[in-house]
Design a protein around this ligand. Structure first.
Ligand code: PAF
Length: 286
């Protein structure tokens, strides 16, 4: 079935009203386009969970800080549409910036709070207010039964889950594991900016996460030290942050912490900023 492209909220709602009147459930996969296998895994999961899958492609200016790569962000519409047709995704929502933000960027915003100012939020000021605002708008526009995100953006997932709870939004949040290249590199739309040397260097991130995992029985400080020294040995990788957080609060864990934790890493490889994460289980050898 060819993918229907809706460019306005009214068009999209008309399609969804018809689908719902036929008893169909709806899943939303929000994206900024430049679709890769990681996005396709989200769409496949969405297809398992609902009758109609809406994929949105919108490069959201509100989540880019001044000087970031908004203009450079890859826009690959024809390839994206071909992927969606292969996957039988029924509806593509492809709004313009004016359709989403008719009053410019001065409208009501969702504020991500303290966790939104940490890690990614420290480097990318206002990023998560922009992410949560667009996700809230998309949820209100589509009103899906389920919305699907990738664990690759762990902090985004945490903040969306919090927003859904805090603002009593009637939607299930489904999280899909990160898709990696065979060598371990996490798939990202920004990987296309890496040249061959940088792509090899970018493996430093997943190698650091593996080093963290293999020290998981030696306590928090040892985990961070192992990851730090792995990344210090990686040429061309300029570390931004490395953190070990409690998945329940997304705050850093202390040295005595035991249980599930998420190792977060962000680094610049050449001019490209990459993030990755891994969930590990911290247990101290007695
Ligand atoms: O993860 C992304 O691609 C974006 O942050 C999202 C969720 C589509 C909001 O613009």
């Amino acid at each position: 079935m060819p993918t229907v492209v809706a460019e306005t909220i009214a068009e999209l709602r008309a399609c969804l009203t018809t689908a719902r009147s036929e008893g169909s459930s709806v899943a939303l996969v929000p994206t900024m386009g430049a679709l890769h296998e990681g996005h396709l895994a989200l769409i496949q999961r969405a297809r398992e969970l609902a009758d109609v899958v809406v994929v949105s492609i919108f490069v959201n200016p509100l989540q880019f800080a001044a000087g970031e790569d908004l203009d450079k962000y890859p826009r690959t519409f024809d390839e994206d549409l071909a992927h969606l047709e292969e996957l039988d995704a029924a509806l593509l929502f492809l709004p313009s910036v004016d359709e989403v933000y008719p009053d410019g960027q001065k409208q009501t915003k969702v504020v991500a709070g303290h966790v939104g100012s940490l890690y990614e939020g420290r480097t990318r000021l206002g990023h998560f207010d922009g992410v949560l605002t667009i996700v809230a708008k998309l949820l209100n526009i589509v009103q899906p039964d389920v919305v699907v995100f990738g664990q690759k953006d762990a902090q985004q997932v945490f903040l969306v889950q919090r927003m859904v709870i805090d603002l009593n939004m009637p939607v299930r949040v489904e999280v899909v594991q990160t898709v990696r290249e065979p060598d371990g590199l996490a798939l990202s739309s920004r990987n296309r900016f890496l040249d061959v040397k940088e792509k090899r260097a970018a493996l430093g991130l997943s190698i650091a996460l593996e080093a963290a995992e293999s020290s998981a029985d030696r306590g928090t400080d040892a985990v961070l030290a192992a990851a730090q020294s792995a990344v210090a040995g990686a040429a061309l990788v300029d570390l931004d942050y490395l953190a070990l957080v409690d998945p329940k609060t997304f705050l850093p864990v202390d040295d005595n912490y035991q249980g599930k934790a998420i190792v977060l890493i962000a680094a610049r490889v050449g001019t490209t900023r990459l993030i990755d994460n891994e969930t590990i289980f911290l247990s101290r050898r007695s």
